[in-house]
Design a protein around this ligand. Sequence first.
Ligand code: DX5
Ligand code: ZN
Length: 217
Amino acid sequence: MASPLIAPSVLAADFGNLQRDVEMIDRSVADWVHVDIMDGTFVPNFSMGIPVVQAIRRHTKKPLDVHLMIMTPEHHVEAFRKAGADRICVHVEVCANLHRNIQQIKALGCAAGVAINPHTPLISLENILVDVDHICVMSVNPGFGAQTFIENTYAKVKQLKKMITDLGSSALIEIDGGVSMKNASALLSAGADVLVAGNFVFSAADPEAAIQGLKAL
Ligand code: DX5
Ligand code: ZN
């Protein structure tokens, strides 16, 4: 098993010390910086918008993995790309024209991801799996950090891994929500490639060491 890609989630950072916390991620062995965008409609919370993404961009050279938990993402992907996104992920639940949305993101020069909520069947992804760079499997209901990991995720990841392999897709499997040392190894065994971690990293006494711990699995 290759070493996982680690994407600390800025949502769990201290927004009053955002530069400090982004620089910590930049120094660490993390691979991507996960940035959660919430619109208060698709999910019952707000997080941050374009100016904050621009600010994060100024303090790290690592790829920004922007997770759009918003309605009508097609209206906003270009602005997030201009703000510095390297990867943009949209939710299957809000995209009536998902294939078009993926092409739009790629045409902007970004890697394209699709996120899927805990209740959404994987079959809804079958016909776009060869077109995407990653699938973000939500292991909590999106909208908040520090929620409890949903155990059904293991079975879902195994099933998704098989679909990806059978189709010859190169899509990475990213896990988002409640990831910690308690579940990370089992997630990797199930087929995960990328681990997002918010609370686990930022509530640690030594966040950089927490990132290193996940990376070393
Ligand atoms: C949840 C977000 C996650 C969140 C993960 O809606 O998409 O990226 O920041 O945070 P933890 O790791 O604390 O569950
Ligand atoms: Zn996220």
